[in-house]
Design a protein around this ligand. Sequence first.
Ligand SMILES: N[C@@H](CCC(=O)N[C@@H](CS)C(=O)NCC(=O)O)C(=O)O
Length: 200
Amino acid sequence: MQLYISPTSPYARKAWMMVLEKGLADEVEVIPVNPWESPPELTAQTPLCQVPVLVIGHDQALYDSRVICAYVDSLSEVTPLIPQRGMKRMIVLRMEALADGMSDVAVATFFARKDNGDNPDTPAIERQLKKIAEVLKVMEAEISNFEGKLNLGTIAYGASLAYLDLRYSELQWRRQVPKLAAWFETIAQRPAMLTTAPPA
Ligand SMILES: N[C@@H](CCC(=O)N[C@@H](CS)C(=O)NCC(=O)O)C(=O)O
């Protein structure tokens, strides 16, 4: 299998971390691409030209990251990362949705700020930044659901929070949410987080 990633993408990082935490590193070749340049090897696999994409054999490509993560978890019973059923499953999937939602806001706002140049943040950008603050509050409030656990939800949180460090260091998100910040320090030390870190 080949996993197309971009080193800065929080979605690709989540999918790659799933591969590593499932012990499947030897079965997946990780291929970095720049999706913004529409490389033909990526457009051949997805009309969306987004990473991540997981190519399986010669005729199957999976996207987006949620589909890839579900597939990767289904590949082996070792280290189950998505509960099979019931509210436990839904809570983990909701955590993924919350983390991906924060990444959606953070990625789009990063580019909106670039377009805005040196001008002050527009009201639309400020509204999006407020959403990031609100997501962080919810993560902090729900910490008892995930502290000490490793699953798709915590992996998604790790990837999304690390993206804030990459693109929004000035936000100093840890100041607003000390319990979440302490939790993040533990996931940040996992080999899967260290291996998938974007180059400095
Ligand atoms: N919902 C998608 C989002 C993927 C996504 O937006 N990837 C970005 C990189 S962070 C991308 O490839 N963008 C290129 C483009 O939209 O042209 C997923 O979860 O995989």
